[in-house]
Design a protein around this ligand. Structure first.
Ligand code: BGC
Length: 755
């Protein structure tokens, strides 16, 4: 063969080779962590748009059943679907599946309010490390949690899913929650961003909030979780904020969240389609959930007619792809469907022990010695409430109830009484089954016990334990009558039991198995001891029994205030509650169509403490079976903030842990200031009697700042700062002070709209 002919052949073969390999490359282009830009460029508009709308293509089956949502696959480019499931007290999906006998139960951990009452971020991280393992091992990519809206008003139906009335406590707990879950290589979704503080008309309500209240109260906790927890995703809320739906509010989702706080994950909508998907996408709401065809159609049309620019579309797509490459599904993780539920139940029990709050303990009523004969009253002693209802519920294999837990702890129960409540529970379950959808009577409504029976029981038993139960849930706010306030039957039960047992020189202990704050001022004098386990998860009753029997020394403290009466709370004037008919307001504009956050920053203790208003139990309050002394506070300040220490000594007779709350009273600097604000907190290790520990707190100058609306700036005033070390917001044990010589300011965008 001639050389030239040979060369031509080689060249031809070469170009053929190049051609085939380019084709192969194009057809083989699959998503990798390092080729996101290339994949974005290779995607059709339709592919891009479908990636921004959740759901699954028709006929496509998810491996994980009964979850809240998905992101769509694009198989051509090796983009898998991903799975999103609730949150926050554990993973929620269907526990049974067609075609298999295997069950898929999840652990019901304590609800967020209880976790917050532990004041222990390390504990929260341990809990959510276990929870996140279930997320991973059940094939889920993102847990739709933490829920972290501020407890603005106790009647909000979802407060049990949230942490606190205080943004620092809420933010630190949420950050710990996120770190624990994400340590498993799965994601979280900090929700509901933002000002979603009521359930009444939650999908339409316009929260009208001043910039100062937003920055200092309703956004501060989100700022902390974004900076310290780095959640993969954020969920925008249903409601509007100052006239714009949050999912369509560029100032919130882009200017504040991304530009100011540095968030680099995806924002998804809360579940349900809103008008103006296009505005949402443009504003920085990357993903529409659960995803509807109409949203795809709207986005397609908007890209075609230029309403959404190519840059905007690509920006959101890029965010989605950056998220997808982090997921276990993308990485091909072979999940087991067999998390260690037994071990996680122990974690749930320990967490409940750490967050239960002892509200009252006259004459050392508690702990009992563990062998008493106990008359256990209340329908929730059997039908124990581990959690609330709605998307925050968890399908658990079991819930331990108070009868079981008390018996296991060694107490002897009054069997007649126990049987009475078991039979009521059985009847109630039958009613529920028969009348599903139109249950006539509120579940957990208390049943009257005759005074004669109570009298006999008081003779036959050593002590009475009365369990008061409440369950709240998504989609509905609580009401005053029979919910915030005790029902007539509950009141009568407490009165009659107290009277009969006290007449015998015996005690009455009350256990509050509730989801949110209730009225306590009018009846607490009747009880010798009050234990508050909130809704403590599937193992919570064990934890209550551990505390009653003295196996565990309580160390939880309130993450919110218990007021004397409902109307003492400033936001009650502007909450969906009608004082005349004592039911939620329906069909009126105020507090339904819009809610004025007239109280501004005066939420919770900021109001009560500053205005010296009496409360039933203050923020940060909780008793122990031992006592603690605080000594030797030190404070070292410079322009960057301050470092403080305090030494805590166990001065009592049993081992225990103490929460120390660090409040700061800041100089006015031209603004109205709360008397004191929580800036940091710490919890000692288990201290043996006589043992001490020095706790250290670091607070930056920025964290000391208040928000000046006129200047749109965070400002740390110059002047004298008082540092207070408290066992609660009202129980300050020692103080220190420092001087800030120079004022500092951090200018931010005026992006949140005027109320
Ligand atoms: C809730 C969210 C939840 C979502 C998915 C919505 O109704 O507000 O908190 O994550 O449903 O279940």
């Amino acid at each position: 063969m001639k050389k030239t002919a040979y060369m031509t052949m080689l060249c031809l073969a070469g170009s053929l080779l190049v051609a085939t390999s380019t084709q192969a490359q194009t057809s083989k282009l699959v998503l990798r962590e390092d080729n996101i830009e290339e994949v974005v460029n290779a995607m059709t508009t339709e592919e891009k748009v479908t990636l921004l709308v959740g759901g699954l293509p028709e006929g496509f089956k998810s491996e994980v059943k009964g979850v809240a949502g998905h992101t769509r696959p694009i198989e051509r480019l090796g983009i898998p679907y991903t799975v999103l499931a609730d949150g926050p007290a554990g993973l929620r999906f269907n526990p049974t599946r067609e075609g298999t006998d295997q069950t898929f139960y999840c652990t019901g951990f304590p609800t967020s309010t209880l976790l917050a009452s532990s004041w222990d971020p390390e504990l929260v991280e341990t809990v959510t490390t276990a929870m996140g393992n279930e997320v991973l091992e059940y094939g889920v990519d993102v847990l739709l949690a933490p829920g972290m809206n501020i407890h603005r008003n106790p009647l909000c139906g979802r407060n049990f899913e949230y942490y606190s009335e205080d943004p620092v406590l809420s933010g630190k707990m949420a950050a710990a929650y996120v770190r624990g879950i994400q340590s498993n290589g799965v994601g979280t979704s900090a929700k509901h961003f933002a000002a979603n503080n009521q359930e009444t008309n939650r999908t339409e309500n316009d929260a009208r909030v001043s910039s100062r209240a937003l920055r200092e109260i309703y956004l501060k906790n989100f700022e902390i979780v974004i900076k310290e927890g780095k959640p993969w995703t954020v969920m925008s809320s249903y409601n509007a904020l100052n006239g714009e739906y949050t999912q369509q509010k560029q100032g919130l989702l882009t200017t504040v969240l991304r530009d100011e706080w540095g968030f680099d994950g995806i924002v998804m909508t809360d579940w349900g389609g809103k008008d103006n998907t296009v505005k949402s996408a443009k504003s920085g709401n990357d993903l529409m959930e659960p995803g509807y065809q109409m949203e795809i159609d709207r986005l397609m049309a908007a890209v075609k007619d230029g309403q959404i620019s190519q840059e905007e579309l690509d920006r959101n797509v890029r965010n989605l792809l950056n998220y997808i490459v982090k997921t276990p599904r993308f990485k091909g993780y072979k999940y087991s469907n067999k998390p260690n539920l037994k071990a996680h139940a122990q974690v749930a029990r320990q967490a409940a022990q750490e967050g239960i709050v002892l509200l009252k303990n006259d004459k050392s009523t508690l702990p009992m010695n563990g062998s008493e004969k106990v008359a256990l009253y209340g329908v929730t002693s059997v039908d124990f409430v581990p959690i609330g209802t709605g998307s925050g519920q968890v399908n658990t294999a079991y819930t331990v109830n108070m009868q079981q837990a008390m018996t296991e702890a060694g107490f002897t129960l009054d069997e007649h009484l126990a049987e009475f409540y078991r039979s009521i529970d059985a009847q109630e379950n039958a009613v529920d089954m028969m009348e599903r959808g139109r249950v006539t009577r509120r579940k957990h409504a208390e049943i009257a016990v005759s005074t004669k029976a109570i009298g006999l029981q008081a003779q036959a038993n050593d002590v009475a334990v009365v369990v008061i139960g409440r369950q709240a849930g998504e989609g509905e706010d609580r009401i005053l009558k029979d919910d915030f306030e005790l029902s007539a039957v509950e009141r009568e039960l407490l009165q009659n039991v107290a009277m009969a047992y006290h007449a015998q020189g015996k005690k009455m202990i009350v256990v509050l198995n509730i989801g949110g704050v209730i009225e306590t001022a009018s009846w607490k004098h009747l009880a010798d001891a009050i234990v508050l386990p909130w809704s403590p998860g599937q193992e919570g009753a064990h934890a209550v029994a551990d505390i009653l029997a003295g196996k565990v020394n309580p160390s939880g403290k309130l993450s919110m205030t218990f007021p004397v009466s409902y109307m003492d709370i400033p936001s009650s004037k502007n909450f969906p509650y009608d004082p005349t008919d004592r039911s939620p307001r329906r069909g009126t504009k105020r507090n339904v169509d819009f809610t004025e956050y007239e109280e501004g920053i005066w939420v919770g203790y900021r109001y009560f403490q500053t205005n010296d208003v009496e409360v039933s139990y203050p923020f940060g309050y909780g008793l122990s079976y031992t006592t603690f002394a605080y000594s030797k506070p030190t404070v070292k300040a410079d322009a960057n903030g301050f470092k403080a220490t305090v030494t805590v000594t166990n001065t009592g007779k049993v081992a225990g842990r103490e929460v120390v709350e660090l409040y700061v009273a800041t100089p006015a600097g031209g603004l109205e200031k709360p008397a004191r604000e929580l800036k940091a907190f710490g919890k000692t290790k288990m201290l043996a009697p006589g043992e001490s520990e020095t706790l250290t707190f670091n607070v930056s100058a920025y964290e000391l700042a208040s928000f000046n609306e006129d200047a749109s700036a965070w400002e740390t005033a110059s002047g004298n700062y008082q540092v207070l070390f408290g066992a609660s917001v009202t129980d300050i044990r020692c103080t220190s002070a420092f001087k800030m010589s120079k004022a500092q300011a951090w200018k931010v965008n005026d992006a949140l709209g005027k109320k």
